[in-house]
Ligand binder design. Structure first.
Ligand SMILES: C[S@@+](CC[C@H](N)C(=O)[O-])C[C@H]1O[C@@H](n2cnc3c(N)ncnc32)[C@H](O)[C@@H]1O
Length: 319
């Protein structure tokens, strides 16, 4: 499942942590999940299709190939929900719930060039951004994503690419990463609010950065008129696992406490229906932003809390 990661990893800046990464990933794939047989079968069918060249034809990560559309569509539907993307394989458009290109547009003017760099993409989902990072010329772009389905989605896309870029996704959480200061740029996007201990998450990110390293942090925040933080009692925008929504000011304090320097807030964005919406690729009758907001006031969630706003911070380990 981890392709030629073992072979490639040995020749990169992360060579010292290859062995634990591979061992932990292999363990993660050996779980008792009732869906795995179906996902594996889909992957085997997808591997029969002709692979093609990958390019970024905004908003799509596009694979230029000739496929049997009906067969491929059925196999990819077995891997629903496609939250991140969008992808296009031949003429088949996999319109995911999220338009990843919009986040990429917001951050790319501000980050250091990724060429020849060693990159970590924490909570990479199916690797849409990990591919984009590798396509910028990174030496290696490693995505880590504990949710197994998204690892299968990454593999499904990867086996359709001829000469894939140096992007890999492993089924690991941030907490499972061996402490080693080997990454030049780390992306943590859409992950912090899912953590019960956000400061611990930030400390861990810092410990994985090289001395000159850069952190790209994207997460949900609230306007300070709502206070310093909101700790949702139950759900937030119907999500069960949102633990804390800080103000920008509190988030800056967290970053400083974790030891980051040169902290810059580069963007704040309220999630729109263009960026997040239900499509047939997340399943029939599946819900999305439209269902998570108050129908009479789209500035509030269905629970009456402020609607999702995301801040993008760039900061460094040293000045
Ligand atoms: C909201 S999605 C964001 C995906 C993508 N980074 C983006 O910005 O669109 C959050 C992802 O982080 C993963 N995740 C949550 N906690 C994590 C952790 N501790 N380590 C690594 N990934 C985590 C989840 O499984 C999920 O796929």
């Amino acid at each position: 499942m981890i392709n030629n990661f073992s072979k490639y990893c040995a020749s990169t800046q992360i060579s010292t942590i290859c062995t634990p990464l591979i061992q932990r990933s292999n363990q993660a794939f050996v779980v008792n999940n009732g869906n795995i047989l179906r996902w594996r079968k889909s992957l085997e069918t997808i591997k029969q299709q002709k692979a093609g060249k990958l390019n970024y034809a905004k908003p799509y990560l596009h694979i230029d190939t000739c496929i049997n559309q009906a067969t491929l569509q059925k196999s990819l539907e077995n891997l629903i929900p496609w939250r991140k993307g969008p992808y296009q394989i031949g003429n088949l458009q996999v319109d995911s719930e999220w338009r990843g290109d919009m986040k990429w547009d917001r951050l790319s003017p501000y980050i250091r060039p990724l060429k020849n760099k060693t990159i970590l993409d924490v909570g990479s989902g199916n690797g849409y951004f990990t591919y984009l990072m590798a396509m910028e010329g990174a030496d290696i772009a490693l995505g880590i994503e504990p949710f197994l389905l998204f690892n299968y989605q990454f593999q499904a896309i990867r086996c359709l690419i001829k000469d894939p870029p140096k992007a890999f996704v492993l089924p690991l959480s941030l907490e499972q990463m061996p402490d080693s200061q080997v990454f030049d740029t780390i992306f943590s996007m859409g992950v912090l609010y899912h953590q019960k201990k956000p400061l611990q998450h930030l400390h861990k990110l810092k410990n994985l950065l090289t001395k000159e390293g850069e952190l790209v942090l994207e997460t949900l925040i609230i306007d300070k008129k709502h206070g310093t933080q909101i700790i949702p009692k139950n759900r937030y925008a119907k999500m069960r696992n949102v633990y804390c929504l800080p103000s920008v000011e509190l988030l800056q304090t967290w970053l400083t406490t974790a030891g980051f320097k040169a902290i810059k807030l580069v963007d704040i964005n309220q999630t729109s229906f263009v960026e997040q919406c239900a499509t047939r690729w997340i399943g029939d009758n599946a819900q999305s932003l439209q269902d998570f907001l108050n129908p009479d006031d789209i500035n509030l969630t269905i629970e009456g809390l402020p609607a999702p706003r995301r801040a993008l911070f760039i900061c460094h380990k040293n000045v």
